[in-house]
Design a protein around this ligand. Structure first.
Ligand code: PHE
Length: 503
């Protein structure tokens, strides 16, 4: 079967950047930096980018490019026993996609709300009450919220059309629209933000370095976690996207460009958000907004700030929520593409058919997050999958590849086709620094969880929406990997028994 290719190098980079830039850059990074030492956070953050982010991007790009497969096929070609890791990563992405889509649907609704400032003065109670219909706890479902349901389905439909249209005419084309628009909007909001009164105070809050935090292990764990989530590494995505690269492709350069655009975008988003927060503090006479993080930052605090703006409130509102929508959609599509590519190759069924079935099933599952208890369940699932899915599958990946695979095979693959060559730094990053950082992260996450169960939810909810998912997908991944590939010739292209040369 002929494998589709990206139409151009820029197309690939935009798609990779589209996956990387997402909700995480806009609402996660600014708060994380603020909470973990302000300006001083940039040191562990850039350290994590250079010692884990970019080296793993190079690794995943060259794995996908060399093996020409989605994550399960690529892993299986590296070593037949590793296929399960590819499925595990796809399942992690799948868990994320079913709630990520609902946040995108909120953003779409808020584009509409911006046009009339429908959230009124009490933005928090509008968000949780009028809009989400939030109930008393995770088991009180309280019915579907129709507005959310409709935009959630719309996001799935957009996703379906894009993926159905293929790599080049669907995904590449969509990102060629999303990413430039996103960057222009960010610059407009940034300009508006930094020219507001009080902006400087906000930026001081964000950037004032608290160097004592650098000695705190938690800050480093936060930095590595943010880099993994933000660059979409260890999610099966970058392997899949790079498998569509044409033969002559510069791996190293592409990884650097993707990493730096993503992190640059995060820093700019941080500046935009915090100058607006500074303006709010200025207006309210020094009081810090009630909610600085996560969903509340985007859907309650920013609307509150928009209310205060001297002019163009609605325009800024519309622009902000369009940027969330576009950032979200391009990441959302990448997650689903990784899963659909994996399933297509395993079952040897037409991509379009797989896309249709996948979308239908995933859409139905995602509807649970459109109920009145959606936010609670989302909060639990998100916490567990990030603490015990993302970081751990990344850890397993670097240990398997770094210690049990001849990394020289990968290096010999990407060095000749890349413009500038990497040195021993790459090996040390893959084999030593990243496994150590992720190992410590895993230990700290477990210790944290057992000393204090997450978020004050009751045990049943944490077991049902947390632990059973985290453990269940590992077994499901292993199970799927025991099933036969429907087209055995899919392995002919590369045989692991030889010395790693393509045949
Ligand atoms: N990288 C995206 C972000 O920063 C999120 C994402 C996570 C995308 C997992 C794909 C997979 O929001």
């Amino acid at each position: 079967m002929q494998r589709e290719n990206w139409g151009s190098r820029v197309g690939f980079i935009l798609a990779a950047v589209g996956s990387a830039i997402g909700l995480g850059n806009i609402w996660r990074f600014p708060y994380m930096a603020y909470d973990n030492g302000g300006g001083a956070f940039l040191i562990p953050y850039f350290f994590a980018l250079v010692t884990a982010g970019i080296p793993i991007l190079i690794m995943e790009f060259s794995m996908g490019h060399k093996m020409k497969g989605g994550a399960p096929l690529t892993m299986a070609k590296l070593n037949r026993k590793w296929e399960w890791l590819g499925w595990w990563q796809i399942l992690i992405s799948f868990i994320i996609t079913v709630y990520y889509v609902v946040v995108i649907s909120w953003a779409i609704n808020y584009v509409g709300f911006s046009m009339t400032l429908a959230w009124g003065n009490e933005t928090i109670s509008f968000f949780t009450g009028d809009y989400l219909g939030l109930t008393g706890g995770p088991f009180e479902f309280g019915g579907f919220q129709l507005t959310i349901l409709i935009t959630t389905i719309s996001a799935w439909v957009i996703n379906f059309i894009v993926i159905y249209s293929g790599v080049k005419s669907g995904i590449e084309r969509a990102n060629k629209i999303f990413i430039p628009v996103l960057i222009v909007i960010l610059l407009i909001i940034l300009l508006r933000g930094i020219t507001l009164p009080g902006a400087a105070e906000g930026l001081n809050m964000l950037f004032q370095p608290d160097f004592s935090k650098i000695a705190d292990g938690k800050v480093w764990v936060a930095a590595y976690g943010q880099i993994f989530f933000s660059l979409s590494i260890a999610f099966a995505i970058m392997i899949t996207y790079s498998s569509y690269l044409p033969k002559k492709s510069d791996i190293v350069n592409n990884a650097f460009i993707t990493g730096f655009i993503n992190c640059g975008f995060s820093v700019l988003a941080g500046i935009a958000i915090f100058s607006i927060l500074g303006f709010m503090i200025h207006q309210s006479g020094g009081e810090l907004p009630a909610k600085l993080s996560g969903v509340f930052l985007a859907f309650a605090t920013i609307p509150e700030a928009i209310n205060e703006l001297p002019a163009f409130q609605k325009t800024i509102g519309v622009l902000f929520f369009i940027s969330l929508t576009f950032a979200g959609l391009s990441s959302f599509i990448s997650i689903n593409e990784a899963a659909i590519a994996g399933i297509t190759e395993k079952l040897y069924k037409p991509r379009k058919k797989v896309a249709a079935w996948y979308t239908l099933i995933a859409m139905i599952i995602s509807l649970i997050f459109t109920t009145g208890s959606g936010l609670y369940i989302l909060d639990i699932v998100d916490h567990f999958i990030n603490s015990f899915g993302v970081a751990m599958s990344g850890l397993v990946e670097v240990i398997l590849i770094g210690w049990f695979f001849k990394t020289k095979i990968l290096k010999d693959h990407f060095q000749p086709i890349s413009d500038f060559k990497v040195g021993i730094w790459w090996d040390i990053a893959i084999k030593v620094i990243t496994p150590a950082a992720l190992g410590i992260t895993a230990i700290m996450n477990f210790a944290n969880e057992f000393s204090k169960p997450y978020g004050g939810y009751d045990r049943t909810a944490l077991i049902l929406f947390g632990w059973s998912i985290v453990v269940g997908i590992i077994f499901l991944g292993i199970y799927i990997s025991t099933r036969k590939w429907k087209n055995v010739h899919i392995f002919d292209y590369y045989d692991n028994d030889d010395n790693g040369e393509e045949v």
